[in-house]
Design a protein around this ligand. Structure first.
Ligand code: ATP
Ligand code: MG
Length: 285
């Protein structure tokens, strides 16, 4: 699918937690309809990067522009009201999904979905309900509209959280390991919804450890290590034939148990390949 205008543009993002220099100059551009997956080992800065994009974390250095709203880092916290408003505008444009869903337990599925659109965006209730129902239908949960979250499975909760985020009609959806809190048998239904969104042209940034999902659904994979982007490109490059030794090492270690190397490769050039439902070997060969 053809990509559109640049929606997200982060420039020179650095982040310190005390002495800990966690992000060391990250530039990231995401275009309309593009799905970008962030991968890398634990502690490489993926979550921090995502949180810096919508100012859940304050970048120490750099700037973020989302759909024309630009905010500079303000490490001394001298934000004016105008700056605060810009951050609010950024958050309206960048919907964030978390591992633990964050649904309101005292509200039904439908109420969860219409709360922010009506209160934060001022959408008329009827319109919010219409949108919410269409997105609940999209994630396959319209029949649960009057149910409370406690009566849903983890996979259903995360799908509701996705419908809720979509009802805000953000320019970009950002996911931080959306399936990592789920029992293995519930992971697939959530990834399926996300893959559909990706193929239908949603703009998404996804932190994930699900490599075969990244392989199927990403337009671009970004590999981070030590707070910088080491390599980025189409999944066939980054996940199958990476250019950088660091990427190869990560994939080898990551896929160690389930993956093989390209038959006939030497120790040095053997590539990690993905054991994804029949595609892995063929893709790598
Ligand atoms: N709120 C915080 N305060 C202090 N240090 C933090 C905070 N959040 C993250 N860090 C540190 O920043 C570094 C990067 O963490 P981050 O959570 O971004 O990694 P990650 O790539 O998302 O890892 P994982 O795959 O385990 O989720 C780590 O060293 C972590 O300890
Ligand atoms: Mg993380």
């Amino acid at each position: 699918m053809a990509l559109g205008e640049v929606v997200v543009s982060a420039t020179g993002i650095e982040k310190y937690f005390g002495e800990n220099h966690v992000l060391r100059g990250v530039d990231l551009e995401v275009r309309e309809r593009e799905t970008v997956m962030l991968i890398g080992r634990s502690g490489s800065g993926k979550t921090t990067m995502l949180r810096c994009l919508n100012f859940l974390e304050e970048p120490t250095v750099g700037s973020v522009e989302i759909d024309g709203v630009r905010v500079e880092a303000d490490p001394l916290h001298q934000r004016s009201r105008a700056h605060q408003e810009q951050i609010r505008q950024i958050r309206l444009r960048a919907g964030m999904l978390f591992q633990d869903f964050n649904l309101f337990p005292h509200m039904t599925v439908l109420q969860n979905c219409i709360e922010a659109p009506t209160r934060v965006k001022g959408l008329p209730k009827g319109q919010a309900v219409e949108l919410a129902e269409s997105f609940l239908g999209k994630v396959g949960l319209l029949e649960k509209r009057d149910e409370y979250p406690a009566r849903l499975s983890g996979g259903q909760k995360q799908r509701v959280a996705i419908a809720r985020a979509l009802t805000m009609q953000p320019k970009v959806l950002m996911f931080d390991e959306p399936t990592s809190a789920l029992d293995p048998e519930l992971v697939g239904e959530v990834l399926q919804v996300m893959e559909t969104l990706a193929h239908e042209g949603s703009t998404m940034i996804v932190v994930t450890h699900e490599m075969s999902f990244a392989h199927e659904a990403a337009d671009r994979v970004v590999f981070m290590e030590g707070g910088v982007i080491v390599e980025e490109g189409p999944p066939e490059q980054v996940l199958v034939e990476p250019n950088q030794e660091a990427t190869r090492q990560f994939l080898r270690r990551f896929l160690g148990r389930g993956a093989a190397s390209v038959p006939g490769g030497t120790g040095e050039t053997a590539m990690p390949i993905l054991s994804t439902g029949g595609r892995g070997q063929g893709t790598a060969a």
